[in-house]
Structure formats: C-alpha cells, structure tokens
Design a protein around this ligand. Structure first.
Ligand code: AN0
Ligand code: CP
Length: 316
C-alpha cells in the first residue's frame, strides 16, 4: 500500500478487517516492523483521537513518531503553482513536502476543508500536494472530503457488534451549531458500500451529500422511517454540500434520542467523536448501553495499525 487518503484505496476490505482483528488480539505482535523508521504527523487542525491513536499504533509497530501542529508552529504554506509569494505564506509545499520526506518514511496529514472554496476542497489541495511532492507514502488523518481512518475503525466496530449477517445501518444527520466537513459521512458512505449491510442515509432536505458519493445509496428524508428496525445508528452532523459549507437547518427534532431509538431493532449508537451532547444525541442515549462510541474510538488504534502495517510492508 503506497498511500491511504481515501476509502477507495482499500481494494480488499475483508483482508483489512481480518488483519485488524489479528492486530487487536496481539497489538505488539509485529513490533519490529517499524524499527528505525519514522512517521511524521502533521496537523493543520485540532485532534484528540486521531493524534493519539495513530501515535499509539506507530508505537505498537516500533515506529518513531514526530508530531507537528503545522498551522500554529510551522511556516504558512503556499499551495498554488506559480504563485508570487508576496502574501502571508513563507514556504511553498513543493519544498516543505520534499524536506519532510528527508526526515520521515511516512507522512500523515490532517487538513480540514475551507467550506468556502468547493473547488479547492474537492481537489484535496493540501493532501494531494503532499502526495505529489513527497517522496514517501502519505496517509490522511482527515482531509477536505474524507476521513478514511475513521471509516475503517467504524467498519471494524460494525463487524464486531453485528448480530446478523446483513445488519441494517443508518447514517443520520444531526444538528450542530457550527459548519462541519462532509469528510466523515463521505468516507462512512464509501465504506458501507463495500460492506454487506442494508444501508440508508437520512437527513433533512438541503443536506444531500455529493451525489457521486451517494450514488446507488437509499436516501430517506423521514428520519423515523429510516430508523425502523435499524441495527446501527451512526449520527453525524455535516454542512450543506449544495449550499456549500452552510448550516441550512438546526432542527432539534433530528437530535438522536429515545423517541428515535425506540423504533430501531435495539440499535447500537455510533459517532466518531467529538460529540456535542444534547445537540447530536441526548445524554440518555449516549450514557446508555446502546452507545458504542468508546469501543469505536478504541478501534481507531487498530484501524491506524492496519494501514501502517500495510504501508511498512510495502517499504520492505
Ligand atoms: C470534525 C468533523 O466533523 O469533520 C472532526 C470529526 C472527527 N468535527 C468537528 O470539527 C467537531
Ligand atoms: N474522530 C476523530 O477523528 O477525532 P479527533 O478529531 O479527536 O481526532
């Protein structure tokens, strides 16, 4: 594996999930694989889970790990080709990516969308520039349009908690005061398309995701209808794709609570975290046995470790 910037980079999900289970059963079983190698984690945005779980996964493989908050500690980077750099950017990504490649065997990057410049976001300007100019494999720690490590952890979690061969999985939009990326739902949809699940996406009008991503997926505008007999409820807020980056609805009727969970098949509740209580989901549900958000976050370690294992094997 030479990069992991999209769920599309996984060609055999079963193999990845089997490897994840094996790693989870014995996380230190391959601790020589990363010996004398280094991963650099570059953050343009905040993180708790991604930062610590990727660092933990690296440690489990004997990899050295360097972490940098590029937005606050590094030089402001220029991404435009041919730019006259008379503005705030001090360094072009062309040099930065090549330089980091001298220090690291793998580069991982978190860079959220602008949510104002759709074209720039869809081009994944930051991550794809690193892919282009770095000479080492690149991993997305959440880009402008995808969060592939989260989706792999989610797939593993559904594998572990399902009680039937083809569970019903519902991705539900939920309200949030701020405009959030579509990265988590995009990657989750792509991942569910690869799994043997009965999958529905539910959201208010105006929150349709990129139609290329949801092609072939059932969309249901009535949340209660979507939730009927569901085995997994995956809640997430995202901003509008059509009215790009805008919050077009804050209807608290979409907050996942007892009323919604009561029509499910005793569904498990999932969320990538961080979650805003009593906006996305009520305390009652998040604090109940239905919630599997903590084991889901635990699986971020194994999701990262699978990807690092695959990449390190390809470097041998
Ligand atoms: C981010 C998002 O929605 O993409 C990160 C989630 C993993 N969430 C927030 O900014 C709250
Ligand atoms: N789920 C997730 O990626 O969390 P962080 O933003 O804390 O890394």
């Amino acid at each position: 594996m030479k990069k992991y910037t999209s769920v599309d980079d996984i060609h055999n999900l079963d193999e990845f999930l089997q490897l994840a289970k094996k790693i989870k059963a014995n996380p230190l079983g391959n601790k020589e694989l990363g010996k004398n190698k280094t991963i650099g984690l570059l953050f343009f945005n905040p993180s708790l889970r991604t930062r610590l779980s990727t660092q933990k996964a690296a440690q489990n493989l004997g990899l050295n790990c360097m972490v940098m908050n590029l937005n606050t500690e590094g030089w402001t980077l220029e991404f435009e080709d041919g730019a006259v750099m008379d503005g705030s950017a001090s360094e072009h990504v062309k040099e930065a990516a090549q330089v980091v490649s001298q220090y690291c065997d793998i580069i991982a990057i978190r860079s959220f969308p602008t949510l104002t410049d759709k074209e720039k976001d869809e081009a994944e300007t930051v991550i794809s520039s690193f892919v282009k100019y770095a000479s080492v494999p690149v991993i997305s720690l959440e880009g402008a349009t995808e969060h592939p490590l989260q989706a792999l952890a989610d797939a593993l979690t559904i594998e572990e908690y399902k009680t039937s061969p083809k569970p019903k999985v519902v991705l539900s939009w939920a309200p949030h005061p701020k405009a959030l990326p579509q990265s988590v739902p995009n990657s989750f949809v792509k991942m569910m398309k690869k799994m043997n699940v009965d999958f529905i996406v539910t959201h208010p009008e105006g929150y349709e995701l990129n139609p290329k991503v949801t092609e072939g997926v059932r969309i249901e505008y009535n949340q209660e209808e979507a939730f009927k007999n569901a085995d997994f409820i995956y809640a997430k807020n995202w901003s509008s794709y059509k009215d790009y980056g805008k919050v077009v609805n804050r209807d608290s009727g979409w907050t996942v609570g007892k009323r919604q969970m009561d029509v499910t098949n005793n569904a498990k509740f999932m969320h990538c975290l961080p979650v805003r209580r009593n906006m996305i989901v009520t305390d009652e549900i998040l604090d109940s046995d239905a919630s599997i958000v903590i084991p889901e976050a635990h699986n971020r370690v194994y999701s990262a470790q699978v990807i690092l294992t695959k990449i390190l094997e390809s470097l041998k």
